[in-house]
Design a protein. Structure first.
Ligand code: ABU
Length: 366
């Protein structure tokens, strides 16, 4: 039996990866934690229902572009099994009128070494999204005797998990930034809640963004679950909608990180990198002024790249500034047309989840 699951960071040579699917995707109905993440001027505000079929087909075409690009470089690609996401769901603690999608996998699956853990998301509409990946988890479990198939503690997501009246349509950008600076987010601390895309794995160290989707209790849970790792909280005070670290602070190889120029780490949080001679460079400006239609994410998906190995990176095809910068940083750049998949939850890194990267658990911050 072969070793199928192994990944300790986002830059070791990629050999096997999960790529999401857009099928049956929904714009979910409003619920306690979602309004906070939709910019006030977004066309998405107040919308919900099935995503238009032509956008689903186009999103899937983009994901196929990514599949082709990585397969041509010898990477094995696995795909989730979409559910009928328009079904209403319920638990003893809540009801929701629909689910969302199986994009992006990066929010749901966290790979640490030989373990893949399904997350504890704060959106009710994402509560059952992990089911799309369960056929793959079973396959890895059957084929890899060392694979650890894990589900994080399921949050209850009762009303106690959220600050009610946290969001007010009249809130200004400045007020949002004050909240970010004060680490005042919509989730409470009654239970661990986290999106896997808020975690950045770097061998013995795991950096976790504290924001609208991941709370401090999650960090405490991780530190107890992984006592042999160092868990670090990260805050980015310049971000009025702080979710997911992978359009903010993105490692390309040991010693090099690109950082969103509007979202620098909070006081003291660069120290560990600087003390170990890591270079943190501001990412290039996005090529677009606006995200594509029906997209929740920011234009900074420009830096949401997929590193194939320490000298090769996939960058979205229209993001010419980011491509140029990567080239100047010594990376071989592979452009892939993926922009029309952004509305389904993210860019190249978001659209994937690591299964196997060659390499071992190293201490980059001794
Ligand atoms: N899923 C990453 C989104 C981050 C951003 O909108 O900037």
């Amino acid at each position: 039996m072969a070793k199928i699951v192994n990944s300790w960071n986002d830059w070791d040579p990629l050999k096997r990866v999960i790529v999401g699917r857009c099928d049956n995707s929904m714009i979910p109905p409003e619920e306690p934690a979602t309004s906070e993440k939709v910019p006030v001027d977004s066309e998405m505000r107040g919308m919900w229902g099935l995503r238009p079929l032509r956008t689903v087909e186009r999103g899937n075409e983009c994901l196929e572009n990514l599949v082709k690009a990585v397969e041509e470089r010898g990477v094995v690609v696995d795909r989730p099994t979409p559910l009928q996401w328009n079904q209403a769901i319920g638990t003893p603690d809540f009801r929701n009128d629909s689910m969302m999608t199986c994009m992006p996998p990066r929010d749901i699956l966290l790979t640490v070494g030989n373990e893949i853990m399904a997350s504890a998301n704060s959106f009710r509409c994402r509560y059952f999204e992990y089911l799309a990946y369960w056929p793959l988890m079973k396959q890895y479990f059957d084929e890899d005797p060392e694979f650890l198939w894990t589900q994080a503690p399921r949050p209850r997501l009762t009303d106690a998990s959220y600050k009610h009246n946290y969001y007010d349509e009249k809130i200004t950008l400045e007020e949002r930034l004050v909240r970010t600076a004060n680490k005042d987010f919509v989730t409470t601390e009654v239970e661990p809640m986290w999106d896997a895309a808020d975690l950045m794995r770097m061998g013995k160290d795991i950096f976790i963004q504290h924001g609208l989707t991941t709370n401090r209790t999650a960090m405490e849970w991780f530190q107890r679950y992984y006592p042999e790792y160092r868990i670090h909280a990260m805050n980015f005070p310049g971000d009025p909608y702080p979710i997911h670290i992978d359009a903010t602070f993105v490692p390309l190889r040991p010693g090099l990180i690109i950082n969103n120029p509007h979202r620098h780490p909070a006081e003291g949080q660069r120290d560990i990198f600087e003390a170990n001679d890591w270079q943190i460079v501001d990412a290039a400006q996005p090529a677009h002024d606006e995200p594509p239609a029906l997209c929740y994410s920011s234009v900074w998906l420009s830096m949401n790249c997929l590193v194939l190995d320490p000298s090769t990176v996939i960058v979205e095809a229209s993001e010419v500034n980011q491509q140029e910068q990567m080239d100047q940083l010594g990376m071989n750049v592979i452009p892939v047309d993926l922009r029309d998949a952004y509305p389904f939850g993210g860019g190249l890194h978001c659209s994937t989840a690591d299964v196997y990267r060659e390499g071992e658990c190293l201490d980059y911050f001794p």
